[in-house]
Write a protein that binds this ligand. Sequence first.
Ligand code: SF4
Length: 383
Amino acid sequence: MSQVVNSIIFQLTEAADHPGKAVKDSIDQTGKKAIGWLPEIVPEEIIYAGGMLPVGCWGGETEINDAKNYLPAFTCSLLMACMEFDMNGTYKNLSGIVVPSMCDQLKCVGQDMMVASSLPVIQIVPPANRKIEAGIRFLETEYQKMKTKLEQIAGHEITDQAIAGAIDVYNDWRQTMREFVLAANDHLDIVTPLVRHKVIKSAYFMDKAKHAQLVKDLIAGLKETDKFEFKGKRVVITGIMAEPDSVLQILEENNLSVVGDNLAQETIQFATDVPAVGRDAIHRLALMFANIEGLSVAYDPEKKRGQMVLDLVKENKADGIIFALFKFCCEEEFDYPILKEQFEARHIPTLYLEIDQQQADAEQARTRIQAFKETLEMGQSVI
Ligand code: SF4
Protein backbone atom coordinates (compact mmCIF):
# COMPACT_ATOMS: atom_id res chain seq x y z
CA MET A 1 0.00 0.00 0.00
CA SER A 2 1.41 3.41 -0.93
CA GLN A 3 2.19 5.94 1.77
CA VAL A 4 -0.47 8.33 0.39
CA VAL A 5 -3.19 5.68 0.49
CA ASN A 6 -2.10 4.60 3.94
CA SER A 7 -2.08 8.16 5.27
CA ILE A 8 -5.55 9.05 3.87
CA ILE A 9 -7.11 5.86 5.21
CA PHE A 10 -5.56 6.66 8.58
CA GLN A 11 -6.99 10.21 8.59
CA LEU A 12 -10.47 9.05 7.62
CA THR A 13 -10.45 6.19 10.11
CA GLU A 14 -9.41 8.60 12.87
CA ALA A 15 -12.38 10.87 12.05
CA ALA A 16 -14.79 7.92 11.99
CA ASP A 17 -13.44 6.49 15.26
CA HIS A 18 -13.24 9.82 17.13
CA PRO A 19 -16.21 11.88 15.87
CA GLY A 20 -16.28 14.15 18.92
CA LYS A 21 -12.67 15.17 18.35
CA ALA A 22 -13.17 15.56 14.58
CA VAL A 23 -16.14 17.89 15.15
CA LYS A 24 -14.40 19.86 17.92
CA ASP A 25 -11.28 20.29 15.74
CA SER A 26 -13.47 21.55 12.89
CA ILE A 27 -15.23 24.06 15.17
CA ASP A 28 -11.89 25.27 16.56
CA GLN A 29 -10.25 25.58 13.15
CA THR A 30 -13.12 27.18 11.22
CA GLY A 31 -15.14 28.91 13.93
CA LYS A 32 -18.23 27.37 12.36
CA LYS A 33 -21.07 26.00 14.44
CA ALA A 34 -21.96 22.31 14.12
CA ILE A 35 -25.50 21.00 13.70
CA GLY A 36 -26.29 17.34 14.34
CA TRP A 37 -28.84 15.39 12.35
CA LEU A 38 -30.44 12.04 12.98
CA PRO A 39 -31.00 9.29 10.35
CA GLU A 40 -31.94 8.53 7.76
CA ILE A 41 -32.21 11.46 5.29
CA VAL A 42 -31.82 15.16 6.05
CA PRO A 43 -31.07 17.96 3.52
CA GLU A 44 -27.62 18.66 4.95
CA GLU A 45 -27.10 21.23 2.20
CA ILE A 46 -29.30 23.75 4.08
CA ILE A 47 -27.08 23.44 7.17
CA TYR A 48 -23.94 23.69 5.05
CA ALA A 49 -25.32 26.73 3.23
CA GLY A 50 -25.80 28.39 6.63
CA GLY A 51 -22.02 28.22 7.14
CA MET A 52 -22.33 25.39 9.66
CA LEU A 53 -20.97 21.85 9.79
CA PRO A 54 -23.61 19.12 9.38
CA VAL A 55 -22.83 16.18 11.69
CA GLY A 56 -24.54 12.84 11.07
CA CYS A 57 -25.57 11.25 14.39
CA TRP A 58 -25.95 7.52 13.77
CA GLY A 59 -25.70 6.33 17.37
CA GLY A 60 -22.60 4.43 18.44
CA GLU A 61 -21.50 1.85 20.96
CA THR A 62 -22.23 3.05 24.49
CA GLU A 63 -23.80 2.01 27.76
CA ILE A 64 -27.49 2.98 27.85
CA ASN A 65 -28.59 4.62 31.11
CA ASP A 66 -30.51 7.93 30.99
CA ALA A 67 -32.12 7.20 27.61
CA LYS A 68 -34.18 4.50 29.31
CA ASN A 69 -36.07 7.26 31.16
CA TYR A 70 -37.50 8.42 27.82
CA LEU A 71 -37.57 5.44 25.49
CA PRO A 72 -39.05 1.92 25.77
CA ALA A 73 -36.69 -1.07 25.79
CA PHE A 74 -37.71 -2.00 22.24
CA THR A 75 -36.37 1.23 20.74
CA CYS A 76 -33.77 0.58 18.03
CA SER A 77 -30.23 0.67 19.40
CA LEU A 78 -29.24 3.53 17.12
CA LEU A 79 -31.83 5.89 18.58
CA MET A 80 -31.18 4.64 22.11
CA ALA A 81 -27.55 5.67 21.66
CA CYS A 82 -28.47 9.07 20.14
CA MET A 83 -30.75 9.80 23.09
CA GLU A 84 -28.08 8.68 25.54
CA PHE A 85 -25.44 10.86 23.84
CA ASP A 86 -27.82 13.81 23.98
CA MET A 87 -28.42 13.21 27.70
CA ASN A 88 -24.84 12.56 28.75
CA GLY A 89 -23.28 15.60 27.05
CA THR A 90 -21.59 13.83 24.12
CA TYR A 91 -23.39 16.25 21.78
CA LYS A 92 -22.34 19.30 23.81
CA ASN A 93 -20.40 20.89 20.94
CA LEU A 94 -23.45 20.90 18.68
CA SER A 95 -25.53 24.05 18.34
CA GLY A 96 -28.71 22.25 17.35
CA ILE A 97 -30.05 18.95 16.14
CA VAL A 98 -32.35 18.06 13.22
CA VAL A 99 -34.63 15.07 13.68
CA PRO A 100 -36.50 13.80 10.61
CA SER A 101 -39.63 11.78 11.42
CA MET A 102 -38.68 8.98 9.04
CA CYS A 103 -40.24 6.29 11.23
CA ASP A 104 -42.50 6.05 14.30
CA GLN A 105 -39.52 5.77 16.63
CA LEU A 106 -37.90 8.90 15.22
CA LYS A 107 -41.18 10.77 15.71
CA CYS A 108 -41.05 9.88 19.42
CA VAL A 109 -37.35 10.63 19.79
CA GLY A 110 -37.83 14.06 18.22
CA GLN A 111 -40.60 14.83 20.71
CA ASP A 112 -38.55 13.45 23.62
CA MET A 113 -35.56 15.55 22.65
CA MET A 114 -37.72 18.67 22.51
CA VAL A 115 -38.39 18.12 26.20
CA ALA A 116 -35.13 16.60 27.37
CA SER A 117 -32.39 18.07 25.19
CA SER A 118 -30.45 21.19 26.04
CA LEU A 119 -30.06 21.77 22.28
CA PRO A 120 -32.52 23.47 19.93
CA VAL A 121 -34.33 20.57 18.24
CA ILE A 122 -35.64 20.97 14.69
CA GLN A 123 -38.12 18.27 13.75
CA ILE A 124 -39.07 17.77 10.11
CA VAL A 125 -41.72 15.43 8.72
CA PRO A 126 -41.01 13.77 5.37
CA PRO A 127 -44.20 12.80 3.51
CA ALA A 128 -45.06 9.14 2.83
CA ASN A 129 -46.37 10.04 -0.62
CA ARG A 130 -43.10 11.66 -1.53
CA LYS A 131 -43.31 11.41 -5.33
CA ILE A 132 -46.60 13.22 -5.97
CA GLU A 133 -46.70 17.01 -6.35
CA ALA A 134 -48.59 17.45 -3.07
CA GLY A 135 -45.90 15.45 -1.25
CA ILE A 136 -43.11 17.47 -2.81
CA ARG A 137 -44.88 20.76 -1.93
CA PHE A 138 -45.38 19.54 1.63
CA LEU A 139 -41.71 18.65 1.98
CA GLU A 140 -40.70 22.06 0.67
CA THR A 141 -42.67 23.69 3.51
CA GLU A 142 -40.92 21.39 6.00
CA TYR A 143 -37.52 22.31 4.57
CA GLN A 144 -38.46 26.01 4.66
CA LYS A 145 -39.31 25.66 8.36
CA MET A 146 -36.00 23.91 8.95
CA LYS A 147 -34.21 26.72 7.11
CA THR A 148 -35.92 29.40 9.24
CA LYS A 149 -34.88 27.66 12.47
CA LEU A 150 -31.33 27.19 11.21
CA GLU A 151 -31.18 30.90 10.34
CA GLN A 152 -31.99 31.68 13.97
CA ILE A 153 -29.07 29.50 15.10
CA ALA A 154 -26.71 30.82 12.39
CA GLY A 155 -27.73 34.42 13.07
CA HIS A 156 -28.13 35.26 9.39
CA GLU A 157 -30.23 34.49 6.34
CA ILE A 158 -29.57 31.32 4.34
CA THR A 159 -29.99 32.37 0.73
CA ASP A 160 -31.18 30.29 -2.19
CA GLN A 161 -27.84 30.96 -3.86
CA ALA A 162 -25.95 29.59 -0.84
CA ILE A 163 -28.08 26.44 -0.86
CA ALA A 164 -27.46 25.99 -4.60
CA GLY A 165 -23.71 26.29 -3.89
CA ALA A 166 -23.96 23.68 -1.14
CA ILE A 167 -25.83 21.36 -3.52
CA ASP A 168 -22.88 21.61 -5.94
CA VAL A 169 -20.46 20.63 -3.14
CA TYR A 170 -22.66 17.71 -2.08
CA ASN A 171 -23.29 16.43 -5.60
CA ASP A 172 -19.55 16.47 -6.24
CA TRP A 173 -19.04 14.50 -3.01
CA ARG A 174 -21.75 12.01 -4.04
CA GLN A 175 -20.10 11.44 -7.42
CA THR A 176 -16.72 10.98 -5.69
CA MET A 177 -18.12 8.41 -3.28
CA ARG A 178 -19.74 6.45 -6.11
CA GLU A 179 -16.33 6.35 -7.79
CA PHE A 180 -14.71 5.25 -4.54
CA VAL A 181 -16.93 2.21 -4.01
CA LEU A 182 -16.18 1.07 -7.57
CA ALA A 183 -12.42 1.67 -7.26
CA ALA A 184 -12.43 -0.15 -3.92
CA ASN A 185 -13.49 -3.39 -5.59
CA ASP A 186 -10.16 -3.62 -7.44
CA HIS A 187 -8.30 -3.36 -4.11
CA LEU A 188 -10.14 -5.58 -1.67
CA ASP A 189 -6.85 -6.28 0.13
CA ILE A 190 -6.58 -2.57 1.08
CA VAL A 191 -10.25 -1.61 1.21
CA THR A 192 -11.39 -4.31 3.61
CA PRO A 193 -15.03 -4.24 4.86
CA LEU A 194 -13.95 -2.18 7.88
CA VAL A 195 -11.83 0.29 5.88
CA ARG A 196 -14.65 0.73 3.34
CA HIS A 197 -17.04 1.50 6.19
CA LYS A 198 -14.66 3.97 7.86
CA VAL A 199 -14.01 5.87 4.63
CA ILE A 200 -17.75 6.31 4.13
CA LYS A 201 -18.60 6.97 7.78
CA SER A 202 -15.92 9.64 8.22
CA ALA A 203 -17.93 11.94 5.92
CA TYR A 204 -20.46 12.44 8.71
CA PHE A 205 -17.91 14.37 10.78
CA MET A 206 -16.04 16.38 8.16
CA ASP A 207 -16.69 19.21 5.76
CA LYS A 208 -17.94 17.46 2.61
CA ALA A 209 -15.61 19.45 0.32
CA LYS A 210 -12.61 18.37 2.42
CA HIS A 211 -13.84 14.78 2.58
CA ALA A 212 -14.39 14.68 -1.19
CA GLN A 213 -10.85 15.91 -1.83
CA LEU A 214 -9.36 13.28 0.48
CA VAL A 215 -11.38 10.53 -1.19
CA LYS A 216 -10.37 11.79 -4.66
CA ASP A 217 -6.72 11.53 -3.58
CA LEU A 218 -7.43 8.08 -2.18
CA ILE A 219 -8.99 6.94 -5.47
CA ALA A 220 -5.99 8.31 -7.39
CA GLY A 221 -3.65 6.42 -5.04
CA LEU A 222 -5.64 3.21 -5.46
CA LYS A 223 -5.56 3.53 -9.25
CA GLU A 224 -1.76 3.79 -9.16
CA THR A 225 -1.63 0.51 -7.23
CA ASP A 226 -1.75 -2.87 -9.00
CA LYS A 227 -5.21 -4.43 -8.97
CA PHE A 228 -5.61 -7.20 -6.42
CA GLU A 229 -7.04 -10.57 -7.33
CA PHE A 230 -9.28 -11.38 -4.38
CA LYS A 231 -9.64 -15.10 -3.71
CA GLY A 232 -12.32 -14.93 -1.03
CA LYS A 233 -16.08 -14.51 -1.39
CA ARG A 234 -17.76 -11.24 -2.35
CA VAL A 235 -20.94 -10.03 -0.68
CA VAL A 236 -23.48 -7.23 -0.99
CA ILE A 237 -25.06 -5.84 2.20
CA THR A 238 -28.51 -4.32 2.50
CA GLY A 239 -30.06 -2.72 5.58
CA ILE A 240 -29.72 0.38 7.74
CA MET A 241 -26.09 -0.12 8.77
CA ALA A 242 -23.50 -2.84 9.34
CA GLU A 243 -22.21 -1.70 12.73
CA PRO A 244 -20.79 -2.47 15.24
CA ASP A 245 -17.28 -2.84 13.85
CA SER A 246 -17.06 -6.40 15.20
CA VAL A 247 -19.49 -7.55 12.49
CA LEU A 248 -17.23 -6.20 9.74
CA GLN A 249 -14.15 -7.62 11.44
CA ILE A 250 -15.77 -11.07 11.43
CA LEU A 251 -16.42 -10.71 7.69
CA GLU A 252 -12.72 -9.94 7.21
CA GLU A 253 -11.66 -12.89 9.36
CA ASN A 254 -13.75 -15.12 7.10
CA ASN A 255 -12.23 -13.70 3.92
CA LEU A 256 -15.51 -12.09 2.88
CA SER A 257 -15.38 -8.71 1.14
CA VAL A 258 -18.13 -6.12 0.76
CA VAL A 259 -18.35 -5.25 -2.95
CA GLY A 260 -21.59 -3.30 -2.86
CA ASP A 261 -24.15 -2.07 -0.39
CA ASN A 262 -27.61 -0.67 -0.15
CA LEU A 263 -27.17 0.52 3.43
CA ALA A 264 -28.96 3.66 4.61
CA GLN A 265 -25.78 4.76 6.39
CA GLU A 266 -23.57 4.14 3.38
CA THR A 267 -24.35 4.09 -0.38
CA ILE A 268 -27.94 5.36 0.01
CA GLN A 269 -26.41 8.66 1.17
CA PHE A 270 -24.65 9.24 -2.15
CA ALA A 271 -26.56 7.15 -4.68
CA THR A 272 -28.98 9.94 -5.66
CA ASP A 273 -27.88 13.41 -6.75
CA VAL A 274 -29.92 16.52 -6.12
CA PRO A 275 -31.38 17.31 -9.57
CA ALA A 276 -29.93 20.25 -11.49
CA VAL A 277 -33.29 21.85 -12.20
CA GLY A 278 -36.12 22.96 -9.92
CA ARG A 279 -38.23 25.97 -8.99
CA ASP A 280 -35.50 26.87 -6.48
CA ALA A 281 -32.87 25.13 -4.36
CA ILE A 282 -35.37 23.95 -1.71
CA HIS A 283 -37.57 22.44 -4.43
CA ARG A 284 -34.53 20.61 -5.83
CA LEU A 285 -33.82 19.14 -2.37
CA ALA A 286 -37.44 17.97 -2.09
CA LEU A 287 -37.16 16.37 -5.54
CA MET A 288 -34.07 14.53 -4.40
CA PHE A 289 -36.02 12.90 -1.57
CA ALA A 290 -38.71 11.96 -4.09
CA ASN A 291 -36.05 10.31 -6.28
CA ILE A 292 -34.39 8.16 -3.60
CA GLU A 293 -34.93 4.43 -4.14
CA GLY A 294 -34.26 1.29 -2.15
CA LEU A 295 -34.58 2.76 1.34
CA SER A 296 -37.09 1.07 3.64
CA VAL A 297 -38.12 4.34 5.32
CA ALA A 298 -38.83 6.07 1.99
CA TYR A 299 -42.21 4.59 1.02
CA ASP A 300 -42.13 2.73 -2.29
CA PRO A 301 -45.34 0.97 -3.41
CA GLU A 302 -43.40 -0.59 -6.31
CA LYS A 303 -40.91 -2.30 -3.95
CA LYS A 304 -37.84 -1.70 -6.10
CA ARG A 305 -35.30 -2.41 -3.37
CA GLY A 306 -35.02 -6.16 -4.00
CA GLN A 307 -34.22 -5.73 -7.68
CA MET A 308 -31.73 -2.98 -6.83
CA VAL A 309 -29.86 -5.36 -4.52
CA LEU A 310 -29.96 -8.09 -7.18
CA ASP A 311 -28.52 -5.62 -9.69
CA LEU A 312 -25.71 -4.84 -7.24
CA VAL A 313 -24.96 -8.55 -6.98
CA LYS A 314 -24.74 -8.87 -10.76
CA GLU A 315 -22.76 -5.67 -11.39
CA ASN A 316 -20.20 -6.47 -8.70
CA LYS A 317 -20.00 -10.23 -9.27
CA ALA A 318 -21.06 -10.94 -5.70
CA ASP A 319 -21.45 -14.45 -4.37
CA GLY A 320 -24.14 -13.68 -1.81
CA ILE A 321 -26.22 -11.13 0.06
CA ILE A 322 -26.27 -10.17 3.73
CA PHE A 323 -29.56 -8.72 4.94
CA ALA A 324 -28.38 -6.72 7.95
CA LEU A 325 -31.69 -6.46 9.75
CA PHE A 326 -31.63 -3.74 12.34
CA LYS A 327 -33.12 -5.03 15.57
CA PHE A 328 -36.48 -3.40 16.50
CA CYS A 329 -36.71 -1.60 13.15
CA CYS A 330 -40.24 -2.20 11.82
CA GLU A 331 -39.48 -0.67 8.41
CA GLU A 332 -36.71 -3.19 7.79
CA GLU A 333 -38.83 -6.04 9.13
CA PHE A 334 -41.60 -5.15 6.67
CA ASP A 335 -39.16 -5.27 3.74
CA TYR A 336 -37.40 -8.48 4.71
CA PRO A 337 -40.01 -11.10 3.68
CA ILE A 338 -40.42 -9.44 0.28
CA LEU A 339 -36.68 -9.34 -0.35
CA LYS A 340 -36.14 -12.86 0.95
CA GLU A 341 -38.64 -14.21 -1.56
CA GLN A 342 -36.97 -12.31 -4.41
CA PHE A 343 -33.46 -13.49 -3.45
CA GLU A 344 -34.57 -17.10 -3.03
CA ALA A 345 -36.32 -17.05 -6.39
CA ARG A 346 -32.93 -16.16 -7.92
CA HIS A 347 -31.10 -18.78 -5.81
CA ILE A 348 -28.81 -16.19 -4.24
CA PRO A 349 -27.32 -17.37 -0.95
CA THR A 350 -28.56 -14.92 1.66
CA LEU A 351 -27.64 -14.40 5.28
CA TYR A 352 -30.15 -12.85 7.67
CA LEU A 353 -28.03 -11.09 10.25
CA GLU A 354 -29.59 -9.23 13.16
CA ILE A 355 -27.80 -5.94 13.83
CA ASP A 356 -27.69 -4.32 17.25
CA GLN A 357 -25.23 -1.46 17.76
CA GLN A 358 -24.97 -2.29 21.44
CA GLN A 359 -24.46 -6.02 21.03
CA ALA A 360 -21.94 -6.96 23.67
CA ASP A 361 -21.29 -10.43 22.34
CA ALA A 362 -20.48 -11.00 18.68
CA GLU A 363 -20.32 -14.80 18.97
CA GLN A 364 -23.76 -15.38 17.49
CA ALA A 365 -22.87 -13.20 14.50
CA ARG A 366 -19.56 -15.06 14.19
CA THR A 367 -21.27 -18.44 14.02
CA ARG A 368 -23.79 -17.26 11.45
CA ILE A 369 -21.16 -15.58 9.26
CA GLN A 370 -18.91 -18.66 9.39
CA ALA A 371 -21.84 -20.86 8.33
CA PHE A 372 -22.67 -18.42 5.53
CA LYS A 373 -19.10 -18.50 4.29
CA GLU A 374 -19.26 -22.31 4.14
CA THR A 375 -22.49 -22.07 2.17
CA LEU A 376 -20.81 -19.78 -0.33
CA GLU A 377 -17.80 -22.08 -0.60
CA MET A 378 -20.08 -24.97 -1.43
CA GLY A 379 -20.66 -23.03 -4.65
CA GLN A 380 -24.39 -22.57 -4.73
CA SER A 381 -25.64 -21.03 -7.95
CA VAL A 382 -25.55 -17.28 -8.26
CA ILE A 383 -27.57 -15.38 -10.90
S1 SF4 B 1 -33.16 2.03 12.28
FE1 SF4 B 1 -35.36 1.81 11.86
S2 SF4 B 1 -36.34 2.26 13.83
FE2 SF4 B 1 -34.23 3.06 13.95
S3 SF4 B 1 -34.34 5.19 13.27
FE3 SF4 B 1 -33.91 3.97 11.45
S4 SF4 B 1 -35.90 3.50 10.54
FE4 SF4 B 1 -36.27 4.17 12.65
